[in-house]
Design a protein. Structure first.
Length: 135
């Protein structure tokens, strides 16, 4: 049994992050996506999506949680399962740190909570769950 996605694997989804200033000007925009591990040219489109974002004004940093299937940052045997990437960006959109949160080759999905990331002082907290069963 797999949990039902709101979109099938034939729909392409890209994680997109942008910084807009108070006056409405766009400072930067980043699209983060990679190839689905089962992509064959027709089926299994990219399925990476931005799930949460939080800004630390004292640190002038942004943290983003991305739910991914991309083969570029995880085990190619993972198949049609989600993992999570935590990305810390400067206020200018430069990548400062990236952490991939995965259960390795185990057939489990990682589901970050929608809007489930926040700062307390210099610490970043993220909420989510894993879903799956393997013996």
């Amino acid at each position: 049994f797999r949990s039902t996605e709101p979109y099938g694997s034939d729909v392409e989804i890209k994680a997109t992050i942008a910084r807009m200033k108070d006056d409405g000007d766009l400072s930067w925009i980043i699209s983060a996506t990679g190839k689905h591990p089962l992509y064959d040219g027709t089926n299994y489109k990219d399925q990476d999506r931005c799930m949460a974002i939080s800004y630390s004004k004292p640190n002038e940093e942004v943290v983003v949680v991305i739910q991914v299937k991309m083969t570029e940052v995880r085990d190619s045997s993972k198949g049609d399962y989600y993992d999570t990437i935590l990305v810390k960006l400067s206020d200018g959109g430069d990548v400062e740190n990236v952490v991939v949160i995965s259960q390795g080759s185990i057939g489990y999905d990682m589901y970050p909570a929608k809007n489930g990331v926040f700062w307390i002082n210099d610490d970043i907290y993220m909420a989510g769950k894993s879903y799956g069963f393997q013996t």
